[in-house]
Write a protein that binds this ligand. Structure first.
Ligand SMILES: Nc1ncnc2c1ncn2[C@@H]1O[C@H](COP(=O)(O)OP(=O)(O)O)[C@@H](O)[C@H]1O
Ligand SMILES: [Mg+2]
Length: 331
């Protein structure tokens, strides 16, 4: 793996205004979906972004791709701040990063044939003069992408409803690859699929990573999936990153009480270790992201909370090489 930084996210915030009233809309506070997130992704690596549902993972991905406006922060892609780009420059830049969505059922236009779904991004960019391919070259490339993604090109003319969930996700992946991106923002790409299909799609993504030299931001709520796919992991809770580590470090030596609770819920293949391990039950739900908290976002559910945890927010600090945690237990 190279050491070059491909993506750098700095102090990213996305706050959604809560509006009350039907005629006279007034602002009744904000949902702090992403509240000061920083991380970087090196070329060739797969960084996992994990956390429970509602903690801001998808909003982070949408904000990186500039499909969601930012409240604050910057997103640098190969040294260019995406938030400062003019519309045309952003469009050109966008070829470099593509999203694979969670739900292959709702993310594909049901009226389009498989081949057209895969070819559409190329057609759009060719029309704008940003891609020098003829229509027949586009069609040939879309056909070969079907093959690369494990779909028989004889299915070209079929519509999404004629495919299984796993096959649809293959179409979504082929479509995302069509503009030869460097970075794939994979937003829970296997969460909507049957367990038996999940590993096939994960294997496909791994093969494609090798073949096309891809870098991944891989979003998941399932730590087992991330362990398989990612070299490094960032754990997110309520709009904040609470721990970053290599997969190894995280699975053997997690530090943040939230990470420990998440990990304790992952089934272990080895029953002896599984019996020894104590399952940490997280009490209550993730609190509302509209609440302003002075201290640690996890304080209300943390089994190890101390007095200072509700007073000031802990900062993300490196505690050993490559291992960062935001928790007063380690200060
Ligand atoms: N467009 C939106 N308007 C208002 N609130 C939103 C919007 N999108 C997401 N949210 C809220 O932001 C929080 C984070 O959502 P999301 O990023 O989808 O989390 P995750 O992907 O981790 O499940 C949630 O509380 C969600 O309800
Ligand atoms: Mg999501």
């Amino acid at each position: 793996m190279e050491n070059k930084t491909l993506l750098e996210v700095k102090d990213l915030k996305v706050h959604f205004p809560i509006q009350k009233g039907i005629i006279f809309k007034r602002n009744a506070g904000f949902i702090r979906a992403v509240d000061g997130v920083s991380f970087s992704v090196r070329k060739g690596e797969s960084l996992g972004l994990v956390g429970e549902s509602g903690c801001g993972k998808s909003t982070t991905a949408m904000a990186i791709a500039q499909l969601q406006s930012l409240t604050a922060g910057s997103v640098m892609f190969e040294g260019t701040d995406l938030t400062a780009l003019k519309k045309e420059d952003l469009q050109k830049m966008r070829m470099n990063f593509q999203i694979v969505f969670q739900d292959p059922y709702s993310s594909l236009d049901p009226r389009m044939r498989a081949i057209d779904l895969i070819a559409e991004p190329m057609r759009i960019y060719a029309k704008r003069g940003l891609l020098a391919l003829t229509e027949s070259e586009i069609e040939a490339k879309a056909t070969s992408l079907m093959d690369v993604c494990g779909l028989s090109p004889t299915f070209k003319g079929r519509y999404p409803h004629e495919f299984s969930g796993g096959q649809r996700q293959r179409i979504g992946i082929a479509r995302a690859l069509s503009l030869e991106p460097k970075l794939i923002l994979a937003d829970e790409p296997v969460s909507a699929l049957d367990v038996s299909i999940q590993s096939q799609i994960l294997n496909l993504l791994k093969d494609l990573q090798q073949q096309f030299d891809l870098t991944f931001l891989f979003i998941a709520h399932d730590l087992a999936v991330v362990e398989y796919f990612c070299s490094r992991v960032a754990v997110m809770y309520l709009g904040h990153i609470v721990e970053t580590a290599s997969s190894q470090q995280l699975y053997h030596d997690s530090l943040h009480p939230y990470t420990q609770a998440l990990l304790s819920a992952v089934p272990l293949p080895d029953p002896i270790n599984a019996r020894k391990r104590k399952r940490i039950i997280l009490e209550g739900d993730v609190p509302s992201p509209s609440k302003i908290h002075k201290g640690c976002p996890f304080v209300e559910r943390c089994p190890k909370a101390m007095k200072q945890c509700s007073l000031t927010p802990p900062r993300l600090k490196e505690v050993s090489p490559g291992h960062e945690v935001a928790c007063f237990l380690y200060e």
